[in-house]
Design a protein around this ligand. Structure first.
Ligand code: ZN
Length: 287
């Protein structure tokens, strides 16, 4: 396992972590100040500063990307599925221009929650079958652009409104069905927030292997959690034992960035430099 204690060269910042403190250009400038070499930007943050300006800012700062957030939200009634397909194709084009190594997919939950305006549904089995078909379709487009797709399984608490793929096993089953040859076109983004509780997680990481492990996200699980979406903790402040999970992905050969992704009303209230200094310190000690 790599030693992170001496520097933060393998730290990537998911830009949602400081989305309330400044726009993407300000975040990129802050990364330069703190010697952070990589980011994972969100599409809305890119759009807010203008796509060309975002591409230039990333390039001028010499930043790597550890992913692009996000594609997916596939589940919808028939009319809106076309909309979702086209939007995901635009995400592929953007990821390519930005130099991202993969697109992170949050696949969508029950249709009416992931796509407002869609018909009401309680059909989670149907939603999962839509996800299967939509990823198959998106892969055709993404493969032409050589853009890998990284399915992020989300904690079951999000099954209704964000993602009906909830375990590493479920995500890998999709990978095996849709990319049985392990071409590199499809894999998983593993976020400790979503996977830490899963008794199957270590064998499933071993099953994934290097070619399926496309991204690794870190933060912490607070007890109690005050808000299921926006109360993620800074690494070290909660109950997730991060190092064994990082050891497990690295044992498979994962050698990419540890991406810090914290959606937190508390941390959004602090100055950007303070948040980044804390991220760097915790990356060295507890990641
Ligand atoms: Zn994540």
């Amino acid at each position: 396992m790599r030693d992170f204690s001496a520097d933060h060269r393998w730290l990537s910042l998911n830009t949602a972590t400081v989305r309330k403190q400044g726009d993407l250009v300000a975040i990129i400038e802050a990364c330069a100040r703190h010697g952070i070499r990589a980011i994972d930007p969100w599409r809305d943050q890119v759009a807010a500063v203008g796509f060309d300006r975002a591409v230039r800012a990333v390039r001028d700062a010499g930043l790597d990307l550890s992913g692009y957030c996000r594609g997916g939200m596939f589940t919808a009634d028939a009319a809106r599925r076309i909309e979702a397909r086209d939007d995901n194709r635009r995400a592929v084009d953007e990821a390519k221009a930005l130099g991202a190594p993969c697109i992170v997919l949050v696949v969508g939950g029950l249709p009416q929650y992931s796509r407002p305006g869609s018909a009401a549904s309680k059909d989670i089995i149907g939603a999962r079958s839509q996800v299967h078909d939509a990823i198959a379709e998106m892969m055709e487009y993404a493969q032409q652009a050589s853009m890998p797709l990284a399915i992020e399984p989300l904690h079951p608490a999000y099954a209704a409104d964000r993602a009906c793929v909830n375990t590493t096993k479920q995500a890998l089953d999709l990978c095996d069905r849709l990319d049985p040859e392990r071409t590199g076109a499809l894999g998983v983004a593993l976020d400790v927030y979503h996977i830490w509780w899963d008794p199957e997680v270590l064998p499933q990481i071993a099953r994934a292997g290097k070619d399926r492990l496309l991204a690794f996200h870190v933060c912490d699980w607070m007890v109690p959690t005050k808000d299921i979406l926006n109360d993620r903790g800074m690494m070290g402040d909660g109950v997730i034992d991060i190092k064994p999970l990082r050891a497990a992905v690295e044992a498979q050969g994962f050698a990419g960035y540890s991406e810090i992704e914290i959606f937190s009303n508390d941390w959004w209230g602090k100055p950007m430099d303070e948040v980044l200094q804390t991220c760097i310190a915790r990356h060295r000690t507890v990641v």
